[in-house]
Write a protein that binds this ligand. Structure first.
Ligand code: URA
Length: 243
């Protein structure tokens, strides 16, 4: 989907002036889009395609790096767009952050919890490359109550489809009537891995939430909200990788 934006909004995001002031500048004929003067309001541009000049000088949206975490609710896709028109995590940050961020890795549509977003490709590579072995910790509510033997098997590795999962940390943290909660830490990131591991052991996942990536914790960030990572969290994630 092409992202159109009002000319004065784009100019403001580029740090030219306030939107109001930018409107005045447009009306006074100082702005060119693709080398043609635009001196009326209401024009929209595509920031990734159109070239905008102010007094003959090309402007660009400030590309400072940004690193945020979102507490993703269930019912959102963690991609920039969706072929089925489902809600995307972008909607949770729209209008509140100027940079164009994208998700670092994925969380399933039905999974909630910690999702990182950035515009820094090196950071994304450091977190998502399989050889870097970054721990991801989940709380899985599963059907039934796993035996100790099952927990041991989950820890050692489970056969799913045509591969065997790497060792995981698994703890039972709560036992309910007909379900239980497991805290599971894996460093691989195979598609729907936690769901498949639990299902393979006869304990299908009822609800899944990611609570940590490396040492960075979701903490008490409310569902659907986001915050910037602090410098210590960014450094820890980038330096904490192994391999
Ligand atoms: N494992 C899953 O099954 N789903 C996720 O979203 C993440 C890990």
């Amino acid at each position: 989907m092409e992202q159109q934006m009002r000319l004065q909004k784009f100019m403001a995001l580029c740090g030219v002036a306030s939107r109001r002031k930018c409107e005045e500048m447009i009306l006074s004929g100082k702005i060119q889009i693709n080398d043609r003067i635009v001196d009326t309001l209401g024009v929209k541009i595509n920031p990734s395609k159109d070239q905008v000049k102010v007094n003959g000088k090309t402007i660009k949206i400030e590309q400072t790096k940004a690193y945020i975490m979102i507490n993703k609710p269930r019912g959102y896709v963690s991609t920039l767009s969706d072929q089925f028109n489902r809600k995307t995590v972008i909607e949770l940050i729209e209008g509140s952050i100027t940079q164009r961020l994208y998700p670092v890795g994925r969380l399933d549509y039905d999974t909630e919890g910690l999702l990182l977003m950035t515009n820094d490709g090196d950071f994304t590579y450091a977190i998502t490359h399989p050889k870097h072995h970054i721990d991801k910790t989940y709380i899985a509510t599963v059907k039934g109550i796993p035996t100790l033997a099952t927990i041991k098997k989950l820890r050692q590795g489970v056969e799913i489809e045509n591969y065997s999962t790497s060792p995981a940390k698994v703890q039972v943290i709560k036992i309910m009537n007909a379900s239980s909660q497991l805290k599971i830490t894996i460093y691989e990131g195979k598609n729907r891995q936690v769901r498949k591991m639990c299902a393979a052991m006869g304990h299908p996942v009822i609800a899944l939430k990611r609570i940590a990536i490396g040492d960075v914790q979701l903490g008490n960030l409310p569902l659907g909200k986001w915050r910037h990572l602090n410098q210590q969290e960014i450094t820890k994630l980038v330096e904490g990788k192994e391999g």
